[in-house]
Design a protein around this ligand. Structure first.
Ligand code: SF4
Ligand code: SF4
Length: 287
C-alpha cells in the first residue's frame, strides 16, 4: 500500500516545524529561461547566502548519491528540492529524471520544486504522478507593465521575447500553472521579490490575485541588489517596508515570515546553509 506522506513536515510551508525538520536543495538546474534584472548567477561565493549561489553543480545521476550522504549526516531532512541555481524547467527532462529517482530511492521524503513558472505548464500531470507535493512559483507582478521592468527577456523554445510581450507570456504561463497545480491538489507557495520603486506598490495586487487562485502562502522577499545587474543600484528594501507589505498582503492569503533566502545548495534546518561536511560531500559528488 502506498504510504501517505506527512505534508506538514515541510519547514518552509509550516513555521512550527522549522526547528525540527530540514531541507536539502540539489543544485542540478544550471540554466535559466528568463532573465530577472536582479539575478546574477555568475558568482560562486562560497560563503554568500542567497538564491542562485552554489558551490558546485550535480548531474542527475549523482544527485541520489549526494542525498544519501546528506541523510547519513542529517536525518532531520524531510524535504528534497530543486531551487536553482537556474530554473528547474529550463531543462525539464533533467529535473523530472532527478525527481523520479529521488521518489524511488527515498519514498518518505517530501519533494519540492521552485520555478519562475514559464516552463512548468506541460509537466503538471508528471509532477503529480511523481508525487511532488510542494511547488513554489516566483510571481513578481500581475501586470505586464510592471513585469516588463523586472524581466530583460523571456525565452520560449528558441524565441526570445522582450518588453511587454515577454512579461505577458510569463504572466500567462504563471497564472495557468498555479491554477493547474491547485486543481491537482499540489501545495503552492508564491515568492514575490520586492524591488523598491519597481513593484513595492504592486504587491497588494499580486497578493489579491494569488489569494483568488487559492495559493497556500505568499513569501514577500526583499530583493538582494546583486553586483553587475540592472538593479544593482536599487537599495535592498528595509524591514519596515517588508513588514508593511506583508501586513497588507496578509488580507488576501497567509504570509511566510521565516524565509532564510537559501542558497541553491542549502542543507539542514532553515537558517543553516550547509551542515557539517555538506560542502565537501557536494564537491566530491560533483567531481
Ligand atoms: Fe535568476 Fe531565478 Fe530569475 Fe532565472 S528565474 S533569472 S535563476 S532569479
Ligand atoms: Fe524555504 Fe525560503 Fe529557503 Fe526557499 S529560500 S528553502 S522558501 S526558507
Amino acid at each position: 500500500m502506498k504510504e501517505t506522506l506527512d505534508l506538514s513536515r515541510h519547514p518552509c510551508f509550516n513555521a512550527a516545524v522549522k526547528g525540527s525538520y530540514g531541507r536539502v536543495h540539489l543544485p542540478v538546474a544550471a540554466r535559466c529561461n528568463i532573465r530577472c534584472n536582479y539575478c546574477n548567477r555568475k558568482y560562486d561565493c562560497v560563503d554568500e547566502s542567497r538564491p542562485g549561489v552554489t558551490s558546485a553543480l550535480l548531474s542527475p545521476t549523482l544527485a541520489c548519491r549526494y542525498l544519501e550522504r546528506v541523510l547519513e549526516r542529517e536525518p532531520r531532512i524531510a524535504v528534497a528540492g530543486i531551487a536553482g541555481p537556474g530554473d528547474p524547467f529550463a531543462e525539464p527532462g533533467k529535473t523530472l529524471q532527478v525527481m523520479r529517482s529521488l521518489r524511488e530511492r527515498f519514498p518518505r521524503l517530501l519533494l519540492c520544486l521552485s520555478t519562475n513558472g514559464l516552463g512548468i505548464g506541460d509537466h503538471l500531470d508528471g509532477i503529480v504522478k511523481i508525487g511532488i507535493s510542494h511547488v513554489t512559483i516566483t510571481v513578481n507582478a500581475v501586470d505586464p507593465g510592471v513585469g516588463m521592468k523586472i524581466y530583460s527577456w523571456v525565452r520560449d523554445g528558441k524565441v526570445i521575447y522582450r518588453g511587454l510581450k515577454g512579461a505577458q507570456l510569463l504572466l500567462e504561463r504563471q497564472l495557468n500553472a498555479i491554477e493547474g497545480l491547485k486543481r491537482r491538489g499540489v501545495t503552492v507557495k508564491v515568492n514575490t521579490i520586492v524591488v523598491p520603486s519597481i513593484n513595492d506598490g504592486h504587491v497588494e495586487a499580486v497578493a489579491r490575485r494569488m489569494g483568488e487562485l487559492g495559493v497556500d502562502v505568499l513569501n514577500c522577499m526583499p530583493m538582494h541588489p546583486n553586483k553587475d545587474t540592472p538593479f544593482e543600484h536599487i537599495a535592498e528594501p528595509g524591514r519596515e517596508m517588508i513588514e508593511e507589505i506583508r501586513a497588507t498582503a496578509g488580507k488576501y492569503l497567509p504570509q511566510m515570515r521565516h524565509c532564510a533566502r537559501c542558497r541553491a545548495d542549502a542543507v539542514g534546518l532553515l537558517g543553516e546553509d550547509r551542515g557539517e561536511g555538506a560542502r565537501e560531500s557536494l564537491t566530491e559528488c560533483a567531481g
